[in-house]
Design a protein around this ligand. Structure first.
Ligand SMILES: [Zn+2]
Length: 545
C-alpha cells in the first residue's frame, strides 16, 4: 500500500524527468531548470507518470545545433554543445502540449542548426521602461524565455550623457542595474555586449573638446550636445580613459561584444573627422577595440553604419576601402535605417565581406505611447522587411523598448536562426506554445486585424478608420474561453487580449479613451510593465488625469 507521504510526492512531481550526463557544465543545469519551470507553469504538477527526457552533448554541425529523437520510452535532446541542448529543449517545449496535467510531447523529431551566429536583442533600459523597472527576478525569467528561442546575445547601453561622471550616484545605480541584467543573461548562456556611441561623453566634459557640427540636412542623426572631437588629442584621451573605466565597471560580469554606433548619438564634422563614419568614427572605434581586447581578448565587435551617407558623403565606399587595407578588427557590419534598408550592402559586397547583421525597429513603429494599447504584433510588416534582406543578413539586434513587443522580438530572432522561416510559422509556434494549440486559428486571425489597425496618430487615435475591431475582440474572447486558468492570467496572453479590447473600445469612442471602459485595462498594462514610475509618457498607456 502506498503511504500518504509517497502519494503526495508522486502527485507533486514535475511532469518531466530530466536525465543529464555525469559530467556537464552549469548551462546544462540551467537548460533543464528553465524547461522544467516552463512545463510546470503550463501543465502544473504531474498527475501521471512523468515523461523522461535524456540530455546529451555530442559535437555535430554548429554551435547551438540540436537533435530531438526517440529512444524507447524516453525522448532524447542532443546538443552540439550545452547551448544546443537548451535550444533543443525550447523546440521540444514549443511543439508539445499539456492535457489533464500531463506533459504530451509533440511529434516533431529531427535536427536543426542556426544559420546566424549573432541572434540578439538590444534591451534599452531607460524612461522607467520594463527593463529598467521590473524586479530583476522577472527580468531573469524573461531572459531565460528568450534563450529558449535561441537568442544568444543581448546588448545594453550605459547613458553616460545623463550623468556627471562614473561616480555620480545615479550613474552607479544605472551600472548596478546593467550588471544585474548582464549577469542573468550570461547565466542563460547569452553573450552580453555594450552599445556605445564612441564620442558621446558625460555632460561635464570640457567644452573646448566638443565636436564640430556635421551635415544633418535630413534631420536624422540626433545630437544631445555631449559629443567630443576624437581628432583632438585631449579629447581622444578623454574618450579612451572613459572607455577603460567602463570596461572595468563590467569586470565582474565580463563583456563579449561591443556595438559601435556612429550617429544618434555621435559624430564630428571637423576636417580630420569628416566623413565621420569612415574616418573619425572608424579610427576611434578601432582604438577602443584595441584597448578592450587587452582586457577581453575574445571580444567581438559590431560596427554599426546607422545613418551612413544620409545625405551621401562617401562613408560606405570609404569604409570598404579601409577594410581592404587594414588588419581585420571587426566581426560584423550592422546596417538598418528608419525606413528602407540601406542599398549599399545589398547592391555591393558588404565592406570587408564581413557578416551583415540588422537592427530592426520592433518597438516604436507607428504606435505611441509604445506598448500603450497592449501588444503590437507586426508579423506582416516584419516579413515584408525581412524579404528585402534575407539573402544578405545573418543576424542582428532588434531594438526593444519593452515586453509588449515580445511576439515581434521572437519573429525577428527566428529569422536569424533560419532565414527561410516565415513570420506566420513563428506566429503559429508562439500561439500554440504560449497559449494553446486549440486557439492558433482564432488568435492568428485576431492578430491580422490588430496589425491592420496598428497605425496611430501622435495623439493615439487611429490613423485610418479601424476595421473589424469587434471581430478581433470576439475572436480573442472565444480563444480566452478555451485556455487554462494559468494561461488566461499569463502576461503574454493578457497584453494581446487587452489590445483587442482596447482597440474595440477606442473604435467605439472615436479614438478617445473613455475612463469607464479603459481605466482598468490601462492600469493592468501599467502593472504588467511595472510602469508606475515612468520618466516620460512614451512607455506607458495614456493616463486619465
Ligand atoms: Zn573632429
Amino acid at each position: 500500500m502506498t503511504s500518504p507521504a509517497i502519494l503526495l510526492a508522486l502527485t507533486l512531481a514535475p511532469p518531466v524527468q530530466i536525465l543529464k550526463p555525469a559530467h556537464h557544465g552549469p548551462l546544462l543545469d540551467k537548460a533543464a531548470a528553465i524547461f522544467t519551470r516552463r512545463v510546470e507553469a503550463r501543465c502544473g504538477p504531474a498527475t501521471s507518470k512523468p515523461v523522461t527526457i535524456d540530455l546529451r552533448v555530442q559535437p555535430s554541425s554548429a554551435s547551438g545545433a540540436y537533435t530531438i529523437s526517440t529512444h524507447g520510452a524516453a525522448l532524447r535532446v542532443t546538443g552540439h554543445d550545452e547551448a544546443g541542448v537548451l535550444y533543443g529543449l525550447g523546440k521540444l517545449f514549443r511543439t508539445s502540449s499539456c492535457s489533464d496535467g500531463a506533459f504530451r510531447p509533440g511529434s516533431w523529431r529531427g535536427s536543426s542548426a542556426p544559420a546566424g551566429t549573432l541572434r540578439g536583442v538590444y534591451l534599452a533600459s531607460h524612461f522607467g521602461n520594463f527593463y529598467e523597472a521590473a524586479p530583476i527576478s522577472e527580468l531573469e525569467t524573461y531572459v531565460e524565455d528568450l534563450a529558449l528561442w535561441g537568442v544568444n546575445a543581448i546588448g545594453f547601453a550605459f547613458p553616460n550623457w545623463q550623468y556627471d561622471s562614473y561616480d555620480d550616484p545615479a550613474a552607479q545605480a544605472n551600472l548596478t542595474r546593467l550588471r544585474a541584467m548582464m549577469a542573468v543573461a550570461r547565466a542563460s548562456g547569452i553573450r552580453v555586449g555594450a552599445m556605445v556611441a564612441p564620442n558621446q561623453v558625460f555632460r561635464t566634459a570640457p567644452p573646448e573638446l566638443r565636436a564640430k557640427p556635421y551635415p544633418d540636412d535630413w534631420g536624422r542623426r540626433g545630437n544631445l550636445g555631449t559629443n567630443l572631437c576624437p581628432s583632438l588629442p585631449a579629447a581622444r584621451q578623454y574618450i579612451l580613459d572613459a572607455w577603460a573605466r567602463l570596461l572595468d565597471e563590467y569586470k565582474a560580469t565580463g563583456l563579449d561584444f561591443v556595438v559601435y554606433w556612429p550617429y544618434d548619438e555621435g559624430g564630428c564634422g571637423c576636417s580630420q573627422c569628416w566623413p565621420w563614419g569612415s574616418r573619425g568614427f572608424y579610427r576611434i572605434s578601432r582604438d577602443m577595440t584595441e584597448l578592450a581586447r587587452r582586457r577581453y581578448p575574445q571580444l567581438q565587435t559590431v560596427l554599426s553604419t546607422w545613418m551612413f551617407d544620409t545625405p551621401p558623403a562617401g562613408e560606405w565606399r570609404e569604409l570598404s576601402d579601409n577594410l581592404e587595407k587594414d588588419a581585420p578588427w571587426i566581426s560584423y557590419i550592422m546596417a538598418d535605417a528608419h525606413e528602407d534598408f540601406p542599398r549599399y550592402p545589398l547592391d555591393q559586397d558588404v565592406p570587408g565581406r564581413l557578416p551583415l547583421v540588422n537592427f530592426p525597429e520592433i518597438s516604436m513603429w507607428g504606435m505611441s505611447p509604445w506598448g500603450g494599447y497592449g501588444a503590437n504584433p507586426l508579423p506582416a510588416r516584419l516579413q515584408m522587411l525581412w524579404d528585402q534582406v534575407k539573402t544578405k543578413v545573418r543576424g542582428g539586434l532588434p531594438y526593444s523598448e519593452g515586453i509588449y513587443e515580445d511576439l515581434n522580438k521572437i519573429i525577428a530572432t527566428q529569422f536569424y536562426w533560419d532565414p527561410n522561416t516565415t513570420a506566420a510559422a513563428t506566429l503559429r509556434e508562439y500561439i500554440a506554445s504560449e497559449f494553446s494549440p486549440a486557439v492558433v486559428t482564432e488568435v492568428t486571425q485576431a492578430i491580422a486585424i490588430l496589425e491592420a489597425n496598428h497605425a496611430r496618430r501622435g495623439n493615439g487615435s487611429f490613423k485610418s478608420p479601424p476595421h473589424d475591431t469587434a471581430k478581433a475582440r470576439a475572436l480573442m474572447e472565444s480563444a480566452n474561453a478555451k485556455l487554462s486558468p494559468q494561461i488566461q492570467t499569463a502576461w503574454r496572453w493578457r497584453i494581446l487580449y487587452l489590445r483587442a479590447l482596447i482597440d474595440d473600445e477606442l473604435a467605439k469612442s472615436g479614438g478617445i479613451p473613455q475612463r469607464a471602459t479603459l481605466a482598468e485595462p490601462f492600469a493592468e498594462l501599467i502593472r504588467i510593465y511595472h510602469a508606475e514610475h515612468v520618466h516620460t509618457n512614451r512607455v506607458a498607456p495614456p493616463a486619465f488625469r
